[in-house]
Design a protein around this ligand. Structure first.
Ligand SMILES: C[S@@+](CC[C@H](N)C(=O)[O-])C[C@H]1O[C@@H](n2cnc3c(N)ncnc32)[C@H](O)[C@@H]1O
Length: 239
């Protein structure tokens, strides 16, 4: 993992992750966020049919994917430590059907072994300090025939000085919740060491259509913005 220098420079506010998302919550769902625009359709394709499945969403935020998965017939448990993010999920269709748990993902998960068909985590990995422990916990709670799908800002964005951030309308300053410039090999090697097998690595660049509809995306035309790992439990003799 490299040291990270955020491009916005001296004027940006660097805050701890939870505090940062508690502030971001007020505008998170309404922003022009090109990463989310790239991610959503790809997640649907990678997850496939979820009807009747037991799914845990780690770092659920405002329930962006959580509630879509409920609508598609899955049973959802959703974990996050930023109260203001989770509060935004309340009132959205399906939210009463979700079991929300307030918990720091950097601690062991308060969930039984082998209890989920799908373990999902969307746009959270860059905030996880110790990836091997996180992937090991995901492995522990996943059923043997299940899989893990984790998405993240592409590590190539770090080379452009970009990390998760938002512009605070109250101050006009960029705010950066703490994160790490993990590399693709940090993700893959940590997952393999935790007992996962790599099924699919998915990447996406900003294309002309996205650049045309998102001013924030236009400056990254052709640049990788999104990375996803689809991982299945390794058989004992794979390891
Ligand atoms: C970029 S948001 C993604 C939210 C949602 N998954 C989505 O894709 O819209 C990252 C979320 O991860 C949560 N998060 C980051 N680190 C966490 C930790 N250590 N424990 C619990 N939640 C965490 C934040 O509070 C935030 O809600």
């Amino acid at each position: 993992m490299a040291d990270f220098v955020f491009k916005s420079g001296a004027d940006a506010e660097f805050v701890d992750t939870r505090h940062g998302y508690d502030r971001w919550a007020a505008i998170y769902d309404d922003e022009d966020n090109p990463l989310i625009a790239v991610e959503q359709a790809r997640v649907d394709a990678l997850l496939g049919d979820v009807r009747g499945l037991e799914i845990v969403d780690l770092g659920c935020g405002t329930g962006r994917h959580t509630l879509r998965l409920v609508q598609r017939g899955a049973r959802l448990t959703a974990i996050d430590f930023a109260d203001a993010m989770v509060a935004r999920a309340a009132g959205k269709p399906g939210w009463r059907d979700v079991r929300f748990i307030r918990h720091d993902l950097q601690n062991p998960l308060p969930l039984p072994d082998a209890s989920f068909d799908r373990v999902v985590s969307f746009l959270v990995l860059e905030h996880i300090t110790h990836l091997p422990a996180f992937f090991a916990e995901c492995r522990r709670i996943c059923r043997p025939d299940g899989f893990l799908l984790a998405t993240t800002l592409h590590p190539a964005m770090s080379l452009r000085g970009i990390a998760a951030h938002f512009n605070d309308p109250a101050t006009g300053r960029d705010v950066c919740p703490a994160g790490h410039a993990h590399t693709t090999s940090d993700y893959v090697n940590s997952a393999l060491a935790a007992g996962w097998r790599l099924e699919q690595l998915d990447e996406a660049c900003v294309d002309a259509a996205l650049a045309a509809r998102s001013t924030r995306a236009a400056k990254y035309l052709g640049w990788p913005m999104f990375l996803a790992l689809k991982l299945s439990p390794a058989a004992p003799d794979d390891r």
